[in-house]
Design a protein around this ligand. Structure first.
Ligand SMILES: [Fe+2]
Ligand SMILES: [Fe+2]
Length: 256
């Protein structure tokens, strides 16, 4: 396919300087217009290319299972959307990450219950209070402690939002508990699922922007923290993700 006839070609996508933020906004435009973008790639590159682009776009697909096809779940999605002022870049990034993390839960566990799906959507809702205009996490003297406090504060907010959406109390408590543990690996399969989905969303959706915003020093800290939260199953996804070359290099053997 010649230049100009595709919305995205493999060469542009694979460029070390590919602009993910601009692509994400183009994607939003295609979704708003109800248009399916045209992709172009040499035949032998097409399967990986498609998988990488679909992974980046999965927040727009919003796949669901039976547990997330209920009116109450729909109300949670609406309330979450209403809390995000998408004209603010950091808030936009958080909203996209919430949807993307939810989608990773369903990719890792297609039969996942409502609790881990709700927790994935709400696990970073606390940032709307603490980091909507500027990020502060790089200044934390004890990063794991900072992340645990963020998760605990988020659990309270998540519970109140779930109550407001009419989610039954037992389920709301279960989801809030998963938010509470969302920065702590391995406690239970549900906790690990949310940790894995969050970590994979960081790599697949947020890592390029994170590197630009925070620089290499804090990104290295974040990578180490994130890798330590991931199960072997989640780490096995890393080689299939489209990462910036600098990030792939920072990952080292863990990313291969
Ligand atoms: Fe978080
Ligand atoms: Fe997160």
């Amino acid at each position: 396919m010649g230049p100009g006839s595709a919305d995205l070609d493999w060469e542009t996508w694979s460029s070390p300087t590919f602009d993910f933020w601009t692509f994400d906004r183009e994607l939003d435009g295609w979704v708003e217009a109800g248009r399916v973008p045209v992709l172009a790639a040499p035949g032998h590159e097409a399967p990986d290319f498609l998988l990488e682009v679909l992974t980046r776009a999965q927040r727009c697909i919003c796949r669901r299972n039976a547990a997330s096809s209920t009116p109450a779940f729909e109300r949670v999605l609406k309330l979450l959307r209403a809390r995000h002022d998408l004209s603010r870049p950091l808030v936009r990034a958080d909203y996209d990450h919430a949807l993307d993390c939810w989608q990773w839960v369903l990719r890792l566990e297609p039969q996942a219950g409502a609790a881990p799906q709700l927790a994935a959507l709400l696990h970073d809702v606390e940032r709307l209070d603490s980091e909507s205009l500027v990020r502060i996490e790089q200044a934390a003297p004890d990063y794991p402690r900072y992340k645990r406090a963020h998760a605990r504060a988020g659990a309270e907010i998540a519970f109140r939002l779930l109550e407001a959406a009419g989610i039954e109390e037992r389920l709301a408590r279960e989801a809030a508990f998963l938010v509470h543990e969302s920065e702590t690996p391995g406690f239970s399969p549900g906790v690990q699922l949310v940790n894995d989905a969050d970590a994979l969303s960081f790599f697949s959706l947020n890592s390029a922007g994170f590197l630009d915003y925070f620089g290499e020093g804090h990104t290295r800290k974040k990578l180490n923290f994130t890798l330590a939260r991931m199960s072997p199953r989640a780490r096995a996804e890393l080689p299939r993700l489209r990462l910036r070359p600098e990030l792939r290099a920072l990952l080292g053997p863990d990313g291969d």
